[in-house]
Write a protein that binds this ligand. Structure first.
Ligand code: SF4
Length: 320
């Protein structure tokens, strides 16, 4: 049984780690971009950001004044048991979010959409978001917090199957140009693309692709992995670099995740995980041990499972 106090303490620590310590995979990606960038202002931004990350770590202060929207992903092994159950878990994550907002401190961004009132703690109706995943084995839970910035760096379009790869590229480039020209998300960013599913799951897939995969990771389908590579290069060839200035460092990495969709459509979403790509992860074991890391390892074979074991009716198996 995992103690609720361990969950809350771990969640508080994760909030701090995410806000202050840029993950190494993103940092390495940014350094690689800085090495090849030759646009004046883009180079300046990259250098300033690399120094900013160092300063944030040294001073134990948030790396960006804009907290973005802190959110939680909870992955549970099938045997995991939590003291007080899922309701206690959610209360602990909400308390940790409020406490971290006060203690670190973080900018309390979350307000009521109509009255613009807030609780001064990043907690409100539906905030922070808490999403769940499960794995077949294990008595552990993984807590992942992401402080998602780049509020406007997201878009969705319903494509048709006949739009094909060319249509996907076109919407991808349209989105990047809009994000860069209108200052909709601070770049370089990790771009996540969701393909398929239904409208809501397409958005979820794209956001998870941006926030829950590390720079350098590849989709296990080699044809999708090749597209990811091509899209990264494509995104860095539109003439825009850091913060949309002239350059070639807009995309630190591009991740694509797919879900089965209706045969008549091809949903597509594009998400930018901004220059402050903040994520932190901890695994809490049943015996109370806590291991911290920065790779959510969300997209396992189980998360991408294709179909289900079933017995095909005899009439169908004969005609097959
Ligand atoms: S988009 Fe990201 S880096 Fe830019 S202000 Fe928002 S949180 Fe900060």
């Amino acid at each position: 049984m995992i103690a609720i106090e361990t969950i809350q303490k771990t969640a508080e620590r994760l909030m701090e780690k995410a806000a202050i310590e840029i993950p190494d995979d993103y940092l390495d990606g940014l350094k690689a971009a800085a090495r090849v960038e030759d646009g004046d202002l883009s180079s300046f931004v990259l250098q300033a950001m690399l120094e900013n990350y160092e300063a944030a770590k040294e001073d134990r202060r948030a790396m960006c004044g804009d907290t973005g929207c802190p959110r939680w992903y909870v992955k549970m092994g099938n045997e995991a048991r939590i003291e007080g159950g899922p309701v206690a878990l959610e209360a602990a994550l909400r308390r940790a979010t409020a406490k971290a907002t006060n203690d670190i401190p973080l900018r309390p961004n979350r307000v009521h959409p109509l009255w613009r009132t807030d609780h001064d703690n990043n907690v409100g109706i539906g905030a922070p978001e808490i999403e769940y995943g499960f794995e077949p084995d294990g008595a552990w839970i993984d807590l992942v917090t992401v402080h998602k910035g780049g509020l406007f760096g997201t878009d969705y379009r319903m494509l048709f199957p006949s739009d094909g790869i060319q249509g996907i590229k076109r919407f991808y480039l349209d989105s990047l140009v809009a994000f860069g020209k209108r200052g909709l998300a601070c770049q370089p960013a990790i771009i996540g693309i969701g393909l398929g599913g239904s409208k809501d799951t397409c958005m979820v897939l794209g956001k998870r692709a941006a926030c829950l995969r590390t720079v350098g990771s590849k989709n296990p389908d080699p044809r999708i992995a090749a597209l990811e590579e091509e899209f990264k290069e494509l995104g860095n060839s539109i003439g825009m670099g850091a913060m949309g200035f002239v350059g070639k460092s807009m995309v630190v990495d591009c991740h694509i995740e797919v879900g089965y969709c209706h045969t008549g459509g091809m949903q597509m979403s594009v998400h930018a995980f901004c220059l402050s790509s903040r994520r932190a992860v901890a695994r809490i074991h049943a015996d109370g041990r806590v291991e911290y890391r920065t790779d959510p390892d969300w997209f396992t074979d189980y998360q991408r499972r294709e179909t289900v074991e079933w017995n095909m009716p005899q009439s169908l198996s004969k005609s097959a």
